[in-house]
Design a protein around this ligand. Structure first.
Ligand code: 1DX
Length: 195
């Protein structure tokens, strides 16, 4: 995965636990890279090892690390130069989710070895939708759940997430049922002036 992902994990750990903890995690993961470069591609294995080591050092399940990181990613990308990329994808949750493949296609123009997942929306209703998440990478659904919660925060929207049809149960992709309700419709756009 692109270094931006590993840097995001580093940023989250350092902000909550400090740099010593991050060094301990890298050491435990047998990762000898001093500084990740956002726009360089690294083996996925590095990211998985860092998450496993973070889980051990922070004494929390790897799924919790992934979910916390997914949530963090929404803020992190906005402050790492991808704020306008995120703004362009929409100003409410359903619009953003329907534009995620476009967002990845845009990044893929500059970085052809991006391996983006694919997100499809169905059963679009006023306050609910079904999200279909297709990925070649195993085990990252908790990160996507965290990203959905982070988007809820970004758009001042209450979000309820149910994993309805799992890959682990033989489905070829993950299906997520999402209920969403703006906390205050008139304030929904405040995030634009806040960052
Ligand atoms: F719900 O693969 C909200 O390396 C969501 O299954 C989900 O293949 C927002 F460094 C720049 C760069 C680069 C910008 F310059 C990525 F190259 C991408 C910024 C997406 C914001 C996908 C990261 C593929 C790396 C993947 C989980 C799970 C998608 C990570 C989150 C908005 C992004 O992201 C899986 C790779 C960006 C960039 C966003 C992703 C790769 C997402 C979301 N993905 C790289």
């Amino acid at each position: 995965m692109f270094g931006l992902v590993n840097k995001g994990l580093e940023d989250m750990v350092c902000s909550q636990y400090g740099e010593e903890t991050w060094e301990e995690i890298k050491s435990k993961a047998d990762v000898e890279i001093e500084a990740f470069i956002s726009m360089d591609a690294y083996p996925d294995d590095i990211t998985y090892r860092l998450v496993e080591a973070a889980s051990a050092v922070m004494e929390m399940p790897a799924t919790d690390v992934l979910e916390a990181f997914g949530r963090y990613w929404i803020l992190f990308t906005a402050t790492e130069g991808y704020g306008s990329l995120m703004e362009m994808a929409g100003d409410n949750l359903p619009e953003f989710l329907q534009n995620l493949d476009n967002l990845h296609a845009r990044v893929g123009l500059s970085f052809p070895n991006l391996q983006p997942p694919s997100f499809l929306c169905s059963e679009l209703e006023e306050e609910s939708l079904k999200l279909h998440y297709y990925s070649d990478r195993p085990g990252l659904t908790p990160m996507v759940v965290g990203m959905l919660k982070g988007l809820g925060e970004k758009f001042n929207t209450d979000v309820d997430i149910q994993l309805t049809n799992r890959k682990a149960q033989g489905n070829d992709h993950e299906e997520v049922s999402i209920s969403h309700k703006p906390k205050c419709p008139f304030k929904q756009h405040l995030h634009r002036s806040n960052n």
